[in-house]
Design a protein around this ligand. Structure first.
Ligand code: GLY
Length: 351
């Protein structure tokens, strides 16, 4: 694994700055330090940061720029990130603007970043409480996956990333049900971790087939927002409570809502996906009474930066590989469907 990274490291980089999240597994860090020593002896340094959403702030940028300067990064250098999606988003942005752009590569350490955030070149930080308002589209030189990082990730976080795996399978008929049915059981044996690495990479590469066709999200890339219109609103709602939901958990609920709307047209697939999500991405046990109502969700959705004029833009699903976008949502129809959806979960005793 570390050997594969060494091969990817560009021989022409004058310096490599390994920007990594604190708290990662020491034995893996040592293995990758060995790979860096082999690939760019004497030309690499480490910057260790606390990961998480606090990095995605304007105030976090000066520290990164100061570090880039202190380590002598030029346009011929490479920034190698190693952490979750917040770290690759924020450091990716700093690298994209440092000297008008220093190369960046990602070694993601969470399942969410492995399958989604590290791929596709979206960098970003938040602005005045709104997510990802500042950012660029800057593709990384490469993304290096190694599921061994997941061994020290909390179980809940590892599972939450799998919502994006379900999304990619829904969008790509060549993945579809088979990719999910064959999902390897979690254990920490080398074979299982290799199987996870391969499956996560296959999922991520399906995303890249969309990104390659539409990097700047003028059209086809918008389908990657499947489940995210409601998902982001649910995430924003719970972020302000004592029991925030993880991004992937909110997306899992968003996907369930998509399936609820699609049920007539793709019943078999919907039942399968509902079961798969329930097994692989359990929702937090927040009582239904504390869930946001349609009004609260709508007020978040109405502020989504992807909206056109005053309409909420969504993605609908009609079966494996069959997404439809843009679909314009209308407030009263959304409210009625959301109420029926929550009642259906109540009847099924979901929470
Ligand atoms: N996570 C969706 C995208 O990269 O477009």
């Amino acid at each position: 694994m570390a050997h594969a990274l060494a091969q990817l490291l560009t021989a022409d980089a004058d310096r490599v700055l390994w920007v990594r999240e604190s708290g990662l597994a020491p034995e893996l860090l040592a293995e990758y330090a060995g790979a860096l020593n082999g690939a760019c002896p004497g030309r690499w340094d480490v910057l260790e940061l606390k990961g998480g959403e606090a990095l995605k702030r304007w105030d976090a940028m000066p520290h990164l720029f100061d570090a880039f300067q202190a380590h002598g990064l030029t346009r011929s250098s490479l920034v190698l990130t190693c952490g979750g999606g917040a770290l690759s988003d924020a450091v990716g942005l700093a690298a994209a603007v440092w000297k008008r752009g220093v190369r960046v590569a990602h070694m993601p350490t969470t399942s969410l970043a492995m399958v989604d955030a590290a791929w596709g070149g979206k960098t970003g930080i938040n602005w005045r409480g709104s997510k990802n308002q500042l950012g660029t589209f800057t593709l990384p030189e490469f993304v290096h996956l190694d599921a061994r990082w997941l061994v020290t990730l909390p179980d809940r976080e590892r599972r939450a990333g799998l919502a994006e795996v379900a999304k990619h399978a829904m969008l790509h008929a060549h993945l579809g049900q088979t990719h999910l049915e064959d999902w390897p059981a979690w254990d920490t044996s080398p074979d299982a971790l290799e199987a996870w690495t391969a499956k996560l990479e296959k999922s991520a590469r399906s995303k890249m087939s969309v990104v390659d066709a539409d990097l700047h999200e003028r059209d086809a890339r918008a389908q990657l927002n499947l489940g995210h219109t409601v998902g982001h609103a649910v995430e924003a709602h719970f972020a302000a409570t004592a029991h925030p939901w993880l991004h992937g958990e909110a997306v899992a609920l968003g996907l369930k809502f998509v399936l609820f709307q699609a049920q007539d047209r793709a019943a078999e697939a919907c039942l399968f996906l509902d079961r798969w999500l329930a097994t692989h991405v359990p929702l937090p046990d927040t009582p239904l009474a504390q869930w946001p109502d349609a009004e609260a969700l709508w007020s978040h959705m109405a502020h989504d930066k992807k909206n056109v004029a005053d309409q909420v833009v969504d993605v609908a699903w009609h079966g494996w590989g069959k997404a439809e976008w843009p679909v314009m949502l209308e407030k009263s129809a959304f409210e009625a469907t959301w109420a029926r959806f929550v009642r259906s979960l109540e009847d099924a005793g979901t929470t």
